[in-house]
Design a protein around this ligand. Structure first.
Ligand code: ZN
Ligand code: ZN
Length: 395
């Protein structure tokens, strides 16, 4: 059985060209569909009920954002069977009113100091028997306070990623935002790629890439851009430094932008000048590995199988030890989300999940090669969202 990789050939051609990729990014940014944020609470209520709870106190801010559209830095959201109770502090009164309204979210909203927020949640939670907490997001101290002070009459239940699990499946509006963020990154790389010939430092080149993403319409970067040239490329997460990029360098470029909170993630490894025989082989092997990984992606496939598809090819080349990280991860409002695409991962890919496939080989004497795409999982394969050309020699 062979999976289907849906790549629009016109978009692929545009992504290689500075003007074409910029036009494509602008077009995607201008036509972002609305998201049905208000509909998401229904899935959470089902999950809460299935976990045997009466309600869920959402404290992880990214989950509050996903459920309400609120982007501020402080909030609580109590998901009751028939109501949402949202609290925040005085800094975010106006903002929360606007953002919840824009998202079409109907919630009982309290804007108050810490004690006022607590009282609002306590009043709404009165009579609850089993209240779910987000176990991975609540500190020990918070749990003790919730138990002894906030909800002494309720049984607190440690729930496991109820909202996070729902977030794995992206709706069309979310995919559109990730795709636009990917297109911005494609266009940014196309616009600055040839600067590599002018011997910039890693940091200078990274700054140009970041600036280009902002100019092209990104809100920001989805993580600190990695530019790792020559021997630095052997460190998978090297931070850009003062080393000049010179002929003979493999340059690992791992970067992404954000659009409306949604992240993109892409790695390209560009060769400045002519590769040595080993460098050429590294590029070929990693490209074949990455292609095999993308081809393995489809709904219903175990993440471990995707990892294995990548790893087998690098193992065969004799560089298994030099592929020192897992194959990928989910991407969404966070740059690293579930599902983790790893040999030890137990997850199965769902349609609408957005994941990366990013094998690499790192050899201190020769440099590093990593190639990474962000793809959206479909029923019979995937659709790559990062389209910048691979294996481009900059010469
Ligand atoms: Zn990356
Ligand atoms: Zn990544």
């Amino acid at each position: 059985m062979s999976n289907v990789i849906r790549t629009d050939t016109e978009a692929l051609a545009a992504a290689a060209d500075p003007a074409g990729s910029a036009a494509r990014a602008a077009q995607l940014l201008a036509t972002l569909p609305d998201m049905d944020v208000a509909a998401r609470a229904a899935g959470v209520r089902d999950a809460v009920a299935a976990a045997g709870c009466d309600a869920l106190l959402v404290t992880r801010l990214v989950n509050v954002r996903w459920l309400t559209g609120f982007t501020g830095s402080a909030a609580l959201l109590l998901v009751l069977p028939d109501e949402l109770v949202f609290t925040t502090d005085g800094r975010y009164g106006e903002q929360s009113e606007q953002q919840l309204a824009a998202a079409g979210v109907d919630a009982r909203r309290t804007v108050a100091g810490a004690d006022g927020q607590k009282q609002a949640v306590l009043a709404a939670a009165a009579g609850l028997k089993k209240l779910g907490l987000e176990a991975e997001a609540v500190t020990w101290g918070q749990q003790r306070r919730y138990d002894a002070d906030w909800f002494p009459d309720a049984e607190l239940v440690a729930t496991d990623a109820l909202v996070d699990r729902l977030r794995q499946t992206k709706d069309a509006g979310e995919v559109a935002r990730i795709e636009a963020a990917c297109a911005v990154a494609d266009a940014a790389l196309a616009s600055v790629r040839r600067r590599l010939l002018e011997q910039p430092t890693e940091a200078e080149f990274g700054l140009e890439l970041d600036t280009a993403m902002r100019r092209l319409g990104a809100e920001g970067t989805s993580f600190e851009t990695i530019i790792a040239a020559g021997p630095n490329g052997a460190m998978p997460h090297h931070r850009p430094g003062t080393r000049r990029i010179v002929e003979g360098d493999l340059v690992v470029i791992d970067f992404g932008s954000t659009v409306d909170g949604y992240c993109s993630d892409m790695t390209r490894t560009l060769m400045v000048g002519e590769p040595t025989a080993t460098q050429a082989r590294m590029l070929d092997v990693v490209a074949a590995s990455q292609q095999a990984g993308v081809e393995a992606v489809a709904a219903g496939v175990d993440v471990a199988a995707v990892d294995k598809a990548c790893r087998d090819i690098i193992d065969e080349a004799g560089w298994g030890e030099a592929f020192s990280h897992s194959t990928g991860h989910g991407v969404g409002l966070e740059i690293h989300e579930d599902p983790r695409v790893a040999a030890t991962g137990a997850a199965t890919l769902a349609p609408g999940a957005v994941v990366t496939v990013e094998p690499g080989v790192y050899l201190p004497e020769h440099g590093g090669v990593r190639i990474e795409d962000t793809v959206v999982v479909t029923s019979d394969g995937c659709r790559p969202l990062t389209l910048a050309p691979k294996l481009v020699a900059v010469a």
